[in-house]
Design a protein around this ligand. Sequence first.
Ligand SMILES: NC(=O)c1ccc[n+]([C@@H]2O[C@H](COP(=O)([O-])OP(=O)(O)OC[C@H]3O[C@@H](n4cnc5c(N)ncnc54)[C@H](O)[C@@H]3O)[C@@H](O)[C@H]2O)c1
Length: 248
Amino acid sequence: MAELTGKTALVTGASRGIGAAVALGLAEAGADIVLCDLPVQERYLADVASKIESIGRKAIVLPCDVTDKAGIEAMVAQAGTIDILVNNAGILKPSTLEDLSEADWDAHFDVNAKGILLMTNAVLPQMRARKAGRIINIASIAGRQGVPTQGHYAATKATAITLTRVYAQEVGMDGITVNAICPGIILTEMGKNNLGSEEAIRHWEEVAALKRLGDPKDIVGPTVFFASDLSAFVTGQALNVCGGIYFH
Ligand SMILES: NC(=O)c1ccc[n+]([C@@H]2O[C@H](COP(=O)([O-])OP(=O)(O)OC[C@H]3O[C@@H](n4cnc5c(N)ncnc54)[C@H](O)[C@@H]3O)[C@@H](O)[C@H]2O)c1
């Protein structure tokens, strides 16, 4: 059994979609949760906090932009002990590479790649001091293979996988594991906007070995696994969680 009682997990992008499901799932496994998302999402964070409290776990809402280094450092100081960090916040605005604006390139790298760097560096000192920690980066199968109209996004997710592998080697000596999850198509706001039509949903359901697309809850089990002692000897890995639409 995955047992997270007595642990505290910080989840970014926790107001909806995969982040909200993972925050609740970690709480169901016994963890107390620090919920982070953009300040505009605060009332949705409060809803997630209520659900976590209703199952008897603690939840703290600390809105923060993962691209804001000073804001992150203040949030982490306020949060106190963090045993598990889930770097989930992300953005996707489709565009061909030819039409991509420089601002959109920068925005995707700021949130999806630099966000991981800033968040991870902010929690590492306390994890190193305790000689324990779990870091889980939500990447994407898009980062394994570029996808048309998502080249910039895919590049940020390939970066997330590379950061996972390098951090794992740089912090493993202090008992900290770093792993990535590569979701396939998950039916969140991001996933639905990206697919665009019922026809596209049917197409990808047919492609998937399991003949369905993902629900945010499908990401919970792998996250709890990486957060718990069940994965004590696993680090620097990236796990596809995609219902069998991609195999490399
Ligand atoms: N949905 C999919 O099909 C899919 C597939 C592969 C990977 N992913 C990844 O999973 C993660 C969660 O995606 P989702 O589908 O739940 O998307 P979503 O758009 O529903 O949720 C993303 C959350 O991140 C938050 N966020 C955005 N910028 C932020 C910032 N600067 N600081 C703090 N929070 C910020 C948003 O407010 C939002 O709550 C993302 O990293 C995404 O790239 C999603």
